[in-house]
Design a protein around this ligand. Structure first.
Ligand code: PMV
Length: 365
């Protein structure tokens, strides 16, 4: 995926010469957790700054697309959608606008009826955003249709196109294709970084990060208070936007060095700063939002005290919500899981948390 030069334009992803066929394809695609956050976008889902994430392994969406040629209405996309075995009309507008948006690059979508069915390995109402895993799984299935007709398509091109399409559904989905670490957004510190698709980090990665743990504390199962769409919009006139975007480039460059050396104190300091910066940006937006809950803050204090007492490298990152992602090396798993069970789970809604870890990326089933 990284050996190709950056695709110079989106035109390279427009497919042609595809005769309608019948078939099906199923993909399981993971969620990811950003260490350097994407927050702020412009145009057709281009990021204002580079981001970098761990690909997860257990939080996955599994999406099956069955397709058959259609005779009529070749100016429209046509699909049915089942979520966890049931018709879910609520998801239709998002899927429809995604399919319409990507049809420019996949004109064959107009020539097929699609039956899409999807499910998540994590509970729907857990406050975990499923857009990265679900949009990447759907994008992978759609590029697979193309690969059935064109089996000589290179893996690099396949992954890049899947990431490119996933990005048009949800920006962070561009980083859910391969593992263990993906980046998205052009920056001078990584020659193969791209604005239009995510790239697998192929720099030296210290072995500790290849099996890093991410235990997600479900502090609040509710819907996010601020949708990412609104959050990104709030960055448009944000008084600290320019400083933030410059900082993100600097954090990205520092993190590349940390990921190669495995320097844990630096990792912790940078990742926690990024998480708190994301929340600080929202607190300083107009209108402003506080996305942490009292239990979020209680957990952060517990983590800092635990680190002080034990010297173990437990750190956290946050999404645009109240849940806490606990990050730590696999070698400390037993002790830290015990701490989570006995102390931190009491701050979780219904005691719920999800044990995940860095993974290898999406899989075709
Ligand atoms: O992909 P979106 O538009 O839902 O934005 C994701 C934003 C964050 O999750 C807060 C950060 C990130 O880089 O994943």
């Amino acid at each position: 995926m990284v050996s190709l030069p950056c695709m110079s334009s989106a035109k390279e992803f427009i497919s042609s010469g595809f005769s309608p066929i019948e078939g099906k394809t199923t993909w399981a695609s993971p969620s990811n957790i950003a260490l350097v956050k994407y927050w702020g976008k412009y145009g057709k889902q281009f990021p204002q700054n580079p981001s970098l994430s761990f690909t997860l392994s257990k939080c996955v969406s599994t999406t099956r697309v069955a397709f058959k040629p259609k005779e009529k209405n070749q100016d429209k996309v046509s699909f049915s959608f089942l979520f966890e075995g049931k018709k879910e009309i609520a998801f239709h507008p998002k899927i429809e606008s995604f399919l319409k948006r990507i049809a420019l690059y996949c004109p064959y979508l107009f020539e097929h009826d699609l039956e899409i069915s999807s499910s998540n390995s994590f509970p729907h109402s857990s406050g975990i955003a499923s857009s990265a895993s679900s949009m990447s799984a759907l994008a992978l299935a759609i590029v697979s249709m193309e690969r059935i007709v064109n089996p000589t398509m290179s893996l690099d091109y396949f992954n890049q196109k899947a990431s490119f399409l996933a990005r048009l559904g949800s920006g962070s989905a561009a980083r859910s294709i391969v593992g263990p670490i993906m980046t998205w957004g052009e920056t001078t510190s990584l020659v193969y970084s791209s604005q239009t698709y995510g790239t697998q980090l192929s720099e030296k990665i210290h072995p500790v990060f290849k099996t890093f743990q991410d235990t997600i504390l479900i502090i609040d199962k509710g819907q996010k208070k601020v949708s990412s769409t609104l959050g990104h919009q709030l960055m448009e006139n944000h008084p600290y936007a320019a400083t933030r975007f410059a900082k993100a480039h600097a954090h990205f460059a520092s993190l590349l060095a940390i990921l190669s050396t495995g320097e844990m104190d630096d990792f912790i300091a940078l990742v926690e700063l990024e998480a708190l910066t994301l929340h600080a940006l929202m607190m300083a937006s107009n209108p402003y939002f506080v996305l942490m809950q009292p239990n979020t803050l209680a957990v952060l204090n517990k983590i800092w005290a635990f680190r002080q007492d034990t010297g173990l490298p437990l750190s956290f990152t946050l999404d645009a919500g109240a849940n806490v992602h606990l990050l730590y090396p696999e070698e400390n798993k037993a002790v830290i899981l015990d701490f989570i069970k006995t102390e931190l789970s009491t701050y979780c809604q219904d005691g719920q948390y999800i044990e995940d870890q860095v993974g290898a990326g999406a899989k075709m089933l």
